[in-house]
Design a binder for this molecule. Structure first.
Ligand code: SAM
Ligand code: SF4
Length: 332
């Protein structure tokens, strides 16, 4: 492949990881992701069909994408999801998915047939009542059973936990204990500002605070640092002798912008070149007009800002003054 065919931005970052949001809808209502009043329901025609997702993904693969993650909303509620997984599974990429796991039991075999080896599941509390409060639905036991099912079937399992002040920070040790007993990779995520989620600096638990909760509970000598992979947004650790690991994603206090290799495609077919970008590039309309997407994709990458979509810091002003999509409409 020539240098030119890679997706390289103005800061020398090579983009080989595409995150595709399949839907803005979800069977949960996590308060930090979905505004309380819900999001505006738009006509189906605004969103990519499964065939369009496959077509657009193929263009990206031609341009050097090596890994595709499906997300949303909840990707498993997409109509035709089994077919879509199987078709994307045929492309020469590593295929992965981020899901709330409510429907995972229906798709275990499809995951295997599509060659999915690694699954990210989101679960913010180990307490049924607290989780159901956060997600405003009652699927805690279903999700726990499906996590066990993924482990039984030997999927590499990462568990996303958004940590929010006075809500679940006290559960950090219990999650780490879980990674001691099971081959599970817990990732604590700093709460990020998006439209409609009432973010403010006081509700955030920083990377430093999370690590200090872990070390004061288990003792510094019991926690080992694991070497992080290039482009990894997680700083990883392990309890000595543990089967699994835990890590912290400091998207707010220390964003990993300098090694960012991601491109996001929203469910309505737009490139968002950063979670916080203010510009979008409409691929779907152009795909429907049978135009060549390659120059548009290249241009979107060149528009990518150095950090945080161009904002200097993520602070209360950022959350108040900038408009962005809510997380559910971006695709996590
Ligand atoms: N529905 C799937 C799920 O929950 O795993 C996939 C989509 S969800 C938007 C992807 C990830 O984004 C989840 O792990 C969720 O916890 C995370 N997320 C959503 N809103 C967030 C926020 N405000 N700050 C940090 N992470 C957030
Ligand atoms: Fe749905 Fe995932 Fe958002 Fe929760 S975090 S509302 S499960 S899309």
């Amino acid at each position: 492949m020539t240098h030119n065919s890679h997706l390289i931005d103005n800061f020398g970052r090579k983009h080989d990881y595409l995150r595709i949001s399949l839907t803005e809808r979800c069977n949960l209502r996590c308060f930090y992701c979905m505004p309380e009043e819900g999001i505006e329901k738009r006509d189906k025609a605004n969103f990519m069909t499964s065939e369009e997702v496959i077509g657009i993904a193929k263009t990206f693969v031609k341009m050097g994408i090596k890994k595709i993650r499906l997300t949303g909303g909840e990707p498993l509620i997409k109509k035709d999801i089994a077919h879509l997984l199987l078709e994307l599974g045929k492309l020469p990429v590593e295929l992965t998915i981020t899901t709330n796991a409510v429907l995972v039991d229906r798709f275990i075999n499809t995951f295997k047939l599509a060659g999915i080896k690694s699954v990210n599941v989101s679960l913010d509390s180990l307490d049924e009542k607290s989780f159901n409060n956060i997600s405003r639905r009652s699927y805690f036991n279903k999700i726990k059973a499906n996590i066990d099912l993924l482990l039984q079937h030997n999927f590499h399992l990462k568990l996303n936990v958004v940590v929010i002040k006075d809500l679940n920070e006290h559960e950090i040790p219990a999650f780490i204990e879980w990674s001691n007993a099971k081959n599970i990779h817990i990732r604590f995520i700093e709460f990020m500002p998006f439209d409609g989620n009432n973010w403010n600096w006081d509700k955030k638990v920083s990377f430093k605070e999370m690590l200090s909760i872990a070390t004061s509970h288990f003792g510094t000598s019991q926690i080992e640092k694991i070497k992080d992979k290039e482009n990894d947004t997680t700083r990883s650790y392990r309890l000595k002798g543990a089967l699994g690991t835990f890590g912290i994603i400091s998207s707010v206090t220390n964003p990993f912008c300098d090694t960012c290799n991601r491109i996001r495609l929203t469910a309505d077919g737009k490139i968002k070149n950063c979670l916080f970008s203010q510009t979008e590039t409409d691929l779907l309309t152009n795909y429907r007009k049978e135009r060549n997407l390659e120059p548009l994709i290249r241009e979107a990458i060149l528009l990518k800002k150095e950090k945080h979509g161009g904002a200097k810091v993520l602070d209360d002003d950022f959350a108040k003054l900038r408009t962005n999509r809510s997380m559910i409409a971006i695709g996590g």
